[in-house]
Design a protein around this ligand. Structure first.
Ligand code: E4P
Length: 215
């Protein structure tokens, strides 16, 4: 499973890239709104830093408008992935983008049937939202497992991005259940590194080293 970062913040993206683990970026309108910047300018900055997939979401709801919007986004850089909501209009746009060779990420996936529809429309990625399902008392991880099984069974090459990740166990379980990618906020990426025994081990090694008998 690969790691994407879920943010539109440039400093966070640079920090995750410097860790050597970053394979892509996802943004959404809420994340972009927090930044108070021009969306296209920010995408230019992000795609200068990250050469793998950078998801940029359309805000239109009609297929024709999504297609125009997505074509403009795709002109920004070759690694832009157009993110489209899971609606009939969204999938109409996905079909068109797929014929034009533009990569797509179908977002706001909450059921296996939605994922299957998106894959059949030609989506490059589907994004099931784990945290938001957990928030309403449904098991987000079951959804990842089911989508993964269906895609394997039917030979679909659409990749699964585990989205709406809230804590480290989401990451482990998404990997175990067949997600190809997890898109993770920086705060959770930091948590993935941490283990108290690692900290204690470093402290002990350094204290033993500093107290060694001098030759
Ligand atoms: C994914 O592409 C979305 O941007 C994101 O994971 C949504 O997460 P949230 O439910 O924490 O807003």
């Amino acid at each position: 499973m690969k790691f994407f970062i879920d943010t539109a913040n440039l400093e966070e993206i640079k920090e995750a890239k410097a860790m050597g683990i970053l394979s892509g970026v996802t943004t959404n309108p809420s994340l972009v709104a927090k930044e108070n910047i021009s969306f296209h300018d920010r995408l230019r900055e992000i795609t200068d830093i990250v050469k793998d997939s950078v998801s940029a979401e359309v805000v239109s709801l009609k297929a024709e408008e999504m297609i125009e919007e997505g074509k403009e986004l795709a002109k920004i850089a070759p690694n832009i992935t157009v993110k489209v909501p899971m609606t009939p209009d969204g999938l109409k746009a996905v079909k068109e983008f797929s014929e034009l060779g533009i990569k797509t990420n179908v977002t706001l996936i909450f059921s296996a049937n939605q994922a299957l529809l998106a894959a059949r429309a030609g989506a490059t990625y589907v994004s099931p939202f784990l945290g938001r399902l957990d928030d309403i008392g449904q098991d987000g991880m079951d959804l990842i497992a089911t989508i993964s099984e269906i895609f394997d069974l039917h030979g679909l090459d659409t990749e699964i991005i585990a989205a709406s990740i809230r804590h480290p166990m989401h990451v482990t379980d998404a990997a175990l259940n067949g997600a190809h990618i997890a898109t993770i906020p920086l705060k959770v990426i930091h948590q993935l590194f941490k283990h108290p025994l690692t900290d204690q081990g470093i402290e002990k090694f350094l204290s033993d080293w500093n107290n060694r008998a001098q030759q």
